[in-house]
Ligand binder design. Structure first.
Ligand SMILES: O=C([O-])CC(=O)C(=O)O
Ligand SMILES: [Mg+2]
Length: 387
């Protein structure tokens, strides 16, 4: 049993949307296939992965460093002790040989993308859904019912508050109970009008979260906090620069409601610094580390360990990224839920065909691996790469 090839293709996921920091007109993602020599049900086992939106495709790094470190390793060193499956932790170690500590963002997306494909292959080789495999390895019970919220509410040319309301209405109509919109890409007054419009639209059918995408300096962050705290928001997200823990910590004096951050932290060390220095409150705040951007699930398991040591429950984690990998982690390891972009970044995001959102939750189908085979538009792009 061995990995015989790793393939990567960089795909556009461009759209005309804009958050407070970037537009997505040139956004790309890497799609990766980890090809094994194993067969299951008459078919070669290929694991697939991709990086989530926000960081760009990683083809250069994957081809120049990480692919060859796996393919050049002695296959014996990449298997588990029983020799009957690949070992994601050993493969991760092979990828990371000769890498210095720190500077995680330089490579964490490339590694995370390959790691996703490795876990997909491992669960397929065991013939199980990844979430069941994760729960089993932890000695816990999987919970296939996962909370999901609808992320959108972007700025884009010609979009007025009527269009924003319609967008949010359509998420509520599709079963979501929490919707998210962008702030910080307009003046405070205009953002407040946008928020008022959305709250009027959704009433008590859903709650609203707002996301500043790291845009605010301390003064602006506080001005927004004073405006936002009069509303019953689900959370106030990524207020200042992701590495400005002092700003984050200062916000607790101005914003008593839940805050969320972490999508732009890329290692367990960065997560630990956020908890040590960012003043995050384990009784109400949310952590959004996204394994696809932060060295994959092997590293996310370390992050969860750090959180536990520091008194944080995995329930406080609702990852960024809207992909099925985090749905599996949520269902298998008891996270608080997962992001979802109902109308964006297709075919990569979303759920297997036929999965519906009901009362803000989905139920994971029992598909081997991450479950990409259950999403027809996605698996056809994946198979073009490797099968
Ligand atoms: O707009 C983005 O970069 C995505 C984002 O922050 C989110 O989904 O929370
Ligand atoms: Mg965000």
């Amino acid at each position: 049993m061995r990995i015989i090839d790793i393939r990567e293709v960089t795909k556009p996921i461009a759209s005309p949307i804009r958050n407070a920091y970037i537009d997505f007109s040139k956004m790309t993602a890497s799609l990766v296939a980890v090809v094994t020599d194993v067969e299951r049900d008459g078919r070669r086992v290929v694991g697939y992965g991709f990086n989530s939106n926000g960081r760009y495709g990683q083809g250069g790094l994957i081809r120049e460093r990480f692919r060859d470190r796996i393919l050049d390793a002695d296959p014996d060193t990449l298997r588990n002790d029983a020799g009957d499956n690949l070992d994601p932790h050993r493969i991760w170690a092979a990828m990371m040989q000769n890498e210095k500590p720190g500077g995680h963002g330089e490579r964490s997306v490339a590694v995370g993308t390959i790691d996703m494909a490795v876990w997909d292959a491992v669960a397929k080789i065991e013939g199980k859904p990844l979430f069941r495999l994760l729960a089993e390895r932890k000695g816990a019970e999987a919970d296939p019912r996962v909370f999901v919220y609808a992320a959108g509410g972007y700025y884009y040319p010609g979009k007025d508050n009527t269009a924003l309301r319609q967008e949010m209405r359509s998420y509520v109509g599709r079963g979501y109970t929490v919707v998210k919109m962008k702030i910080g890409g307009a003046s405070l007054d205009e953002d407040q009008r946008r928020i008022d419009a959305v709250l009027e639209e959704i009433g008590d059918e859903a709650q609203l979260a707002v996301d500043a995408n790291g845009r605010f300096d301390l003064e602006t962050a506080i001005a927004y906090a004073k405006m936002l705290r009069q509303y019953p928001l689900f959370w106030y997200e990524e207020i200042g620069d992701p590495l400005d823990y002092q700003l984050q910590a200062a916000m607790a004096d101005f914003y008593p409601g839940p805050m969320a951050t972490g999508e732009n932290l890329f290692s367990h060390q960065d997560a630990r610094n956020l908890i040590r220095h960012g003043g995050m409150r384990p009784d109400r705040d949310w952590l959004q580390f996204d394994c696809a951007l932060s060295y994959g699930l092997v590293e996310y398991l370390r992050t969860l360990e750090v959180l536990e040591t520091l008194g944080w429950s995995p329930r406080r984690c609702i990852p960024h990224g809207g992909h099925q990998m985090s749905l599996n982690i949520a269902a298998g390891l008891g996270l608080g839920g997962n992001e979802s972009y109902p109308d964006l970044f297709q075919p990569y995001g979303g759920f297997p065909d036929g999965v519906r959102v009901e009362d803000g939750h989905i139920t994971m189908p029992d598909l081997p691996g991450i479950g990409f085979e259950g999403k027809s538009d996605l698996i056809s792009v994946m198979r073009d790469l490797a099968e």
